[in-house]
Design a binder for this molecule. Structure first.
Ligand code: DHB
Length: 367
């Protein structure tokens, strides 16, 4: 008999370095998915090959090249930061290998290759509802503080445009992505006395921000903390302490999301990874694996153009709620929830209290 054919999925993630929490979350979720669903799809064995790009884009690109040429992968997935998602995009196009972006969230990423599909989110998608909530809840003056690269700039522009459009006043500050020292920026916030501070930092960096926020006394200044949910990431939120209580954020996933699918997901994730709580990166990885499995079922194991076409328009119920892949843009359509940090059974959670249903990336929707 012929040996069973193997389909390889290359999972390229920052497993070490400052963004290792993103890599750990996605790897754990992808492995959980395979443990739950088995490793056979369309009669073929699925092999997950995890590679550590250390958060360096040149490394991501080299690893993608090796996985395509030497390992003959059917799909590449992961991509923990925007520069890491953009670097291999030309290879996806040339080799016709679908690239499933499970983390990176700058709006334009899906335009870098017709083989890119995304299961994370976009910053404008998560942020416009924050501007609307702020405008409707008595906030008149906001300072934005964002990491100075793709997703931060997306968040700043989306918030400023939507909030100023509702008559709000905004001042913009940008902090370097690498080794950020927030203190000079927080001094400016203290001086400006806004009603709210809007913050975007990538997943895993929120704890550093929060520590300096407290050291500068901003927790006692009456300045409300708002932003997309990256700053109150479920992986690190519980370690931040009471200073995080009351922060209002908008995002697509909370470990406290109240649905049977999410309860099962969180329970299984914690059982498999006893010291972790799944965050929005984990759900992007879990759904990315679902998209790969279901796509391969539809193509009977074929990759390339057939696989990316099979992924377009797919819809399912994720732990985050109902989601679909927009067939035109290959970007994710999903609910955005307004949440408040609260203590529930002794742990800090982003507790959802309002839902904006079926949100498309507003940047591409406007084109
Ligand atoms: C990106 C990375 C993050 O960790 C995040 O929370 C949002 C966006 C990015 O680089 O695209």
């Amino acid at each position: 008999a012929l040996a069973q054919e193997t389909l390889k999925v290359g999972l390229i993630l920052p497993m070490t370095g400052p963004f290792a929490s993103t890599g750990r979350q996605i790897e754990a979720a992808a492995k959980l998915y395979m443990q739950q669903k088995g490793d056979t799809v369309a009669g073929k064995k699925i092999q997950l090959i995890v590679k550590d790009d250390t958060g360096v884009a040149d490394v991501t690109k080299r690893l993608a090249q090796e996985l395509i040429v030497n390992d003959k992968i059917s799909v590449m997935a992961g991509f923990g930061l925007t520069p890491l998602a953009l670097a291999p995009a030309p290879l996806a196009t040339q080799a016709k290998v679908p690239q499933v972006v499970m983390a990176a969230a700058t709006a334009t990423i899906t335009e870098a290759s017709p083989f890119i599909v995304r299961t994370s989110f976009t910053l404008p998608q998560a942020t416009v509802p924050m501007a609307e909530w702020a405008a409707q809840n008595g906030i008149k003056k906001v300072v934005t503080l964002v990491s100075d690269y793709g997703p931060g700039i997306d968040a700043e522009k989306a918030f400023t445009g939507a909030f100023a459009g509702k008559g709000g006043q905004v001042e913009n500050l940008r902090v370097p992505l690498a080794n950020p020292d927030f203190s000079p920026f927080l001094q400016k916030v203290t001086d400006a006395k806004p009603d709210a501070l809007f913050v975007f930092v990538p997943s895993g960096i929120g704890a550093q921000f929060m520590k300096q926020f407290v050291e500068r006394g901003l927790d006692k200044s009456g300045v409300k903390l708002i932003g997309p949910g990256d700053v109150t990431d479920d992986d690190i939120l519980n370690g931040m302490g009471d200073v995080a209580l009351g922060a209002i954020t908008t995002q697509h996933y909370s470990a406290a999301h109240d649905s049977p699918e999410n309860k099962a997901f969180v329970e299984a994730f914690k059982r498999a990874n006893p010291n972790m709580r799944p965050n929005f990166m984990a759900v992007g990885g879990y759904d990315g694996m679902h998209l790969i499995y279901e796509g391969l079922k539809k193509t009977n194991g074929q990759g390339g153009q057939a696989l990316i076409d099979a992924m377009k328009g797919m819809s399912w119920t994720s732990p985050r709620g109902p989601i679909s892949i927009d067939p035109q843009t290959r970007d994710i359509v999903q609910n955005i929830y307004v949440r408040k940090v609260e203590r529930v059974n002794g742990e800090l959670y982003n507790v959802e209290f309002a839902t904006i249903a079926n949100v498309k990336d507003p940047v591409k929707a406007a084109k």
